[in-house]
Ligand binder design. Structure first.
Ligand SMILES: C[S@@+](CC[C@H](N)C(=O)[O-])C[C@H]1O[C@@H](n2cnc3c(N)ncnc32)[C@H](O)[C@@H]1O
Length: 370
């Protein structure tokens, strides 16, 4: 239990209020403490939970009965979210060096189609979410011209460094890149005519409803959201997971165990929270409508995405997502994993390379009138 000295603190502000919602979710079945009371005026934009008056909660009035378990839960959830963000950033930092060599050319067709769909006009203000090395932001900057402005945001510092490097090499002065989480935008209301994203929808832990509300908030009236994301029938991903599970170590080191625990927590929380199904045309249509977007149109199109070979994909994964797990494997497991990866993915290889995905979901939606 925490002492009464905490009672007078203005402790719970915006983000913390959202944490209250998380606590409520965490303790939905077991929490027996007193309820939180409405005590002062800051607004909580989290969805109203059952049993807790959340609209204007900024601090706990019955702090005494709010035990260590609940405090730990808040700290844990805030920390899981931060760590989930770090995990994403670190993964992309690691592949930033080779991103433009493999991923950008592989997705050129889909990217061009998304840019066409966005119908960007000179003078418009555009936000590119999950901009990576800025491939789409740069195309957008050319469309909106000198009188327009493009902001590309991303969690990965190294991806952004590449983006800045390219923009300055091309002499583009109407595009800027900033480190920012697309799930909590530090941007003024109504400040963009278009939000675009090519395969850059948020990863990790977030609340879908809050994200869509944020995106809608920063769009100007009549502004539009245009995105593309890989469709969710991920046969290749399932095969890779099966091979990987076979070779990963059963007894991890403490740091690897901590990482596994974190990943398990993230996927558990992802299931509990509302996520946006960007990879599913039917579901994302409904979710965007529910969030207040209008004129929502989503379709799945065949746009083959090829990587040069299974070997390239394997080495990219080893360098990023599965790096820690791979490094922990004994040499014989590493060898086995590398060989089996290549043979398991052989059916996806052709003279054009490795077919990494063949369906892409495209979405266009507006804020208010289209
Ligand atoms: C698959 S890459 C796509 C990059 C780029 N749009 C492209 O087409 O090359 C996804 C990008 O989204 C970024 N990302 C993931 N979650 C994010 C978040 N919550 N906020 C900002 N960026 C995020 C990653 O760091 C990564 O650079």
């Amino acid at each position: 239990m925490l002492g009464s000295s905490f009672e007078k603190r203005e402790y719970w502000k915006n983000d913390s209020a959202r944490s209250i919602v998380r606590i409520e979710r965490l303790f939905r079945d077991g929490y027996q403490g007193d309820r939180l009371a409405k005590t002062s005026g800051d607004r909580c934009d989290a969805p109203k939970p059952t049993g807790i008056k959340c609209e204007h909660v900024t601090r706990l009035s019955t702090w005494r009965s709010f035990g260590l378990a609940e405090i730990s839960a808040v700290v844990l959830m805030v920390s899981v979210r931060t760590q989930s963000r770090n995990l994403t950033a670190r993964g992309y930092d690691r592949v930033s060096r080779v991103w433009d060599r493999f991923f950008v050319p592989a997705t050129a067709q889909a990217r061009d189609h998304m840019i066409r769909l966005a119908r960007l006009k000179p003078g418009e203000r555009v936000l590119d979410i999950g901009t990576g090395t800025g491939a789409s932001a740069i195309l957008a900057a050319r469309k909106v011209g000198k009188s327009g402005k493009v902001l590309g945001i991303d969690l990965s510092k190294r991806m952004l460094a590449k983006a800045r490097e390219k923009a300055s090499r091309l002499g583009l002065v109407n595009v800027e890149f900033r480190l920012m989480d697309s799930t909590s935008l530090r941007l003024p209301e109504g400040s963009f005519d278009a939000i675009i994203t090519t395969f850059g929808t948020p990863e990790g832990l977030y609340s879908g409803r809050l994200v869509l509300r944020e995106w809608l908030r920063v769009l100007a009236a009549g502004g539009r959201l245009c995105l593309c994301e890989g469709a969710d029938d991920d046969k290749l991903g399932r095969i890779i997971e099966r091979v990987f599970d076979k070779y990963k170590v059963a007894k991890p080191t403490s740091s690897l165990a901590a990482r596994r625990t974190l990943q398990a927590l993230i996927s558990k929380e992802r299931k509990r929270r509302h996520q946006v199904h960007f990879s599913n045309a039917r579901r994302v249509t409904r979710e965007l409508r529910d969030a207040g977007f209008s004129g929502v149109k989503a379709s799945t199109r065949v746009f083959a995405i090829f990587l040069p070979s299974a070997r390239v994909l394997r080495d990219l994964l080893i360098a990023s997502d599965i790096s820690d797990e791979y490094m922990a494997m004994p040499p014989e497991n590493q060898r086995g994993f590398k060989q089996e990866f290549i043979s398991a993915l052989r059916p996806f290889e052709s003279s054009r390379g490795l077919l990494w995905g063949d369906k892409v979901v495209f979405v266009r939606a507006s804020k208010g009138r289209a």
